[in-house]
Design a binder for this molecule. Structure first.
Ligand SMILES: Nc1ncnc2c1ncn2[C@@H]1O[C@H](COP(=O)(O)OP(=O)(O)OP(=O)(O)O)[C@@H](O)[C@H]1O
Ligand SMILES: [Mg+2]
Length: 223
């Protein structure tokens, strides 16, 4: 298994506010070559689940095995390194760097993980063309449409050829044609041997999935 998540739980507490149990005992596993989707309404805990599974937020309970290594049992620096080398993350809010161009944004993870090389710039260009961004390579995020920014975020997540791709609402802001392009690309990434975990409230993303988990109030409905 490329990714194995067991018994993950997370509650948020804020001041005197009532505790929100965002994720409540979720388990799932994804092998190389598989695309798994989690589908559920706004607020059911999808982003919380994805952040924990991707090594970005410690769970209250449960564990995450990435390539067989228990992520949250590692010292923080080592966990960061694992994540930089093995994880690609498409954030719901993109988090592009405003003063860098599209091409530079896509190359950020390769700098962080020390994998930069001239051939990576070629890979960045290839991603730019395949994701329909050819005419925007030297633009800054502020000059792009939301859908274009979303595709830059996907290219950035793929630049290091991660073993697991985590995607949070990757079609949320796209018209049908561009949603199709993005989903093709993500499904293609799985076909080439990647493991993909995609969360969305858009039930259409399940069409190409190997497994679809339906989520409600922090839990999966089936399995
Ligand atoms: N930092 C936080 N502090 C307090 N509560 C939070 C925090 N982040 C999320 N929540 C709450 O946890 C629950 C799950 O949130 P989450 O963002 O995981 O949902 P989601 O399924 O991704 O929703 P959406 O489809 O709108 O993106 C919600 O009730 C939300 O209000
Ligand atoms: Mg979300």
């Amino acid at each position: 298994m490329e990714l194995k998540v067991s018994g993950l739980s997370k509650s948020y507490r804020r001041g005197n506010n009532k505790e929100v149990r965002a994720v409540d005992g979720i388990s799932l596993a994804i092998d190389k070559g598989e695309l798994v989707t989690v589908n559920g309404p706004s607020g059911c805990g999808k982003t919380t689940l994805l952040l924990m599974a991707g090594g970005l937020m410690s769970p209250d309970r449960g564990e995450v095995l990435l390539g067989g290594r228990d992520l949250y049992a590692l010292p923080p620096e080592e966990r960061d390194r694992e994540r930089a080398l093995r994880v690609g993350f498409v954030f719901q809010q993109f988090y592009l760097v405003p003063y860098l161009t599209v091409t530079e944004n896509i190359l950020i993870p390769s700098v962080g993980s020390g994998t930069w090389s001239p051939s990576l710039e070629e890979r960045a260009l290839e991603l730019i063309y395949r994701l329909n961004l050819g005419h925007r390579a030297e633009h800054k995020p502020g000059e792009l449409s939301t859908g274009e920014r979303q595709r830059v975020a996907l290219a950035r997540a793929l630049i290091n050829e991660p073993s697991v791709l985590f995607a949070d609402e990757p079609t949320g802001n796209l018209d049908d044609d561009n949603a199709e392009i993005v989903l093709d690309h993500i499904a293609g990434y799985a076909k080439e041997g990647g493991a993909v975990l995609l969360v969305s409230h858009d039930s259409r993303v399940g069409n190409r999935a190997h497994r679809v988990h339906r989520m409600k109030e922090g839990r999966f409905l089936e399995n």
